[in-house]
Design a protein around this ligand. Structure first.
Ligand SMILES: Nc1ncnc2c1ncn2[C@@H]1O[C@H](COP(=O)(O)OP(=O)(O)OP(=O)(O)O)[C@@H](O)[C@H]1O
Length: 230
């Protein structure tokens, strides 16, 4: 599903080079839910940007569904991202003047799906994430946790091969954080969605079955837990 192979990255500013990732190697299979854990500056965002095809690595490769994304052109990448990758952001990134349903439909508009099919799909997913009663509201009328549920529904609407969640509970209180992670676990189990969750919080990482830990740009731990901790 996702293979990161001997991945290294250095930032170059003029003559100065900053090595940020060192020979990162791991594979995520379909249906896995993995936390990518690391403190600030450990290289999580850089790795996420590389896996999402937003930057090209200095060395190594990234395969998603068997395709090496670092070899793609910008146009190919944009299309690949739209069809194969879902994103969940810390700050939700919803469009304020669109309703909740329209926000979820948007990726399907870009795919050219007809209005009725789009609407049915968005409503079904919103119902699945517990927002069946809120489809015609605007994001500002929802709580933070509810807005993150909208963004989760939107990330799934194109049936992506993999979903990257970047600090998905970073703006939420502890109770809501637990509810959102519960939802991600439920979606992972019921729909076999593959999730990679980037977090600096051990409490979030411990809820997933597998934790990959970065420290100073090195992969220092790739660990399977015996079971989910509640
Ligand atoms: N464009 C850049 N040029 C030079 N160095 C960079 C650049 N972007 C990031 N870095 C450096 O790379 C290292 C890793 O940064 P990165 O943002 O990937 O870490 P992170 O684990 O995501 O941290 P945070 O949790 O704070 O977002 C840091 O030392 C940072 O200063």
């Amino acid at each position: 599903m996702l293979a990161v192979k001997h991945l290294s990255h250095r930032f170059r500013n003029g003559d100065e080079e900053t090595p940020v990732l060192h020979d990162i190697d791991f594979v995520v299979d379909k249906g896995e839910m993995v936390a990518l854990l690391g403190s600030s500056g450990s290289g999580k965002s850089t790795l996420l940007n590389l896996m999402a095809g937003l930057m090209k690595p200095t060395q190594g490769s990234i395969l998603i569904s068997g395709e090496s994304i670092e070899r793609m052109s910008e146009n190919q990448l944009a299309e690949f991202r739209r069809t194969h990758i879902g994103f969940i952001f810390q700050s939700y990134e919803l469009i304020p003047h669109l309703t909740v349903r329209e926000n979820v439909e948007l990726p399907l508009v870009f795919q050219g799906m007809k209005a009725k099919a789009r609407k049915d799909k968005a409503v079904a997913l919103l119902t699945k994430v517990g927002l069946g009663e809120k489809t015609e509201m605007f994001p500002s009328q929802l709580s933070g946790g509810q807005q993150q549920r909208v963004s989760i529904a939107r990330s799934l609407v194109t049936e992506p091969a993999i979903v990257f969640a970047d600090e998905p509970t970073g703006n939420l209180d502890t109770k809501t954080e637990k509810e959102i992670i519960d939802l991600l676990i439920e979606l992972n189990e019921s729909l076999q969605i593959t999730f990679v969750i980037v977090t600096h919080e051990l409490e979030v990482a411990r809820r997933t079955r597998r934790v990959i830990q970065l420290r100073d740009g090195f992969l220092v731990e790739d660990e399977l837990w015996a079971g989910e901790e509640q």
